[in-house]
Design a protein around this ligand. Structure first.
Ligand SMILES: [Zn+2]
Length: 246
């Protein structure tokens, strides 16, 4: 293929835009905020599990507390009934003595059950503190996530605007390149990724960074300046300039 040297140089403009577009895309993929969002999101999922577990523990203890309260209440009511019967003075003295014994043992029983109730209440309090701690952690992480998300979106908007300008400039640069040369460039770009052309600078292909060997130097030197050269190594179009070292 042949192309006027200035048309080949225009290809270098297109290549520069493509390189910058690839850099923008790379920055978009590797924004530090993306890793932070993933990290905080992972933590939030764990904290959500912790919260479910903490709430389950608390609701189990609440049930236990209701049972303990009911146990105390039952003993209290029975003692009150016994006391009323005792106060009424009805029944034999043997009955009344039995009632007195029962009231005493119910009082002991009530004291034991109240200790149990107190212990359950203490555990419930600790479980509620745990819920509050996990909720506070969830709140903190959510705020952190919102911050990183906003920073990511701002960075995306900036990069997208930059890419849009770069793409528009690329369209203008490509408009000046002959169709067959541009088609070749696009084909190579698809094959090698990134740019489809590279500057030949100081006998080095700027696409793959490899230096020309002696036979290539000889061949390129004798090639007319309208011949479209290709890098032997990366197959990109090699564009000669004043500082190609030939
Ligand atoms: Zn190369």
């Amino acid at each position: 293929m042949t192309a006027a040297p200035q048309d080949q140089w225009r290809l270098l403009d297109v290549q520069a835009h493509d390189t910058r577009l690839a850099q923008i895309a790379h920055r978009r993929r590797t924004l530090p905020e993306l890793a932070e969002i993933e990290r905080v999101d992972g933590r939030l999922k764990l904290v959500a599990d912790d919260l479910v577990a903490a709430r389950t523990v608390a609701s189990d203890i609440e049930r236990e507390l209701k049972k303990a309260e009911a146990d105390v209440e039952q003993v209290r009511q029975r003692a009150a009934r016994d006391q009323a019967r005792l106060d009424s003075g009805q029944g034999t003295s043997k009955d009344l003595t039995a009632l007195q014994h029962e009231i005493a043992s119910l009082a002991e029983r009530q004291s034991v059950l109240e200790d149990v109730e107190l212990e359950v209440m203490e555990r419930l309090e600790a479980a509620q503190v745990r819920i509050a701690e996990v909720e506070a952690e969830q709140e903190r992480l959510s705020t952190e996530l919102a911050g990183f998300t906003a920073a990511r979106d701002a960075a995306f908007a900036e990069l997208d605007a930059e890419a849009q300008r770069e793409s528009a400039d690329r369209v203008n640069a490509a408009a000046g390149v002959p169709a067959d040369l541009l088609a070749l460039y696009e084909k190579i770009r698809e094959q090698v990724g990134g740019a489809g052309a590279a500057k030949l600078h100081q006998r080095r292909c700027e696409g793959c960074r490899l230096e020309l060997n002696n036979s290539e130097i000889g061949r390129f030197r004798s090639a007319p300046d309208t011949e479209v050269l290709r890098c032997e190594e990366c197959r990109r179009i090699l564009v000669r300039t004043a500082d190609s070292g030939l």
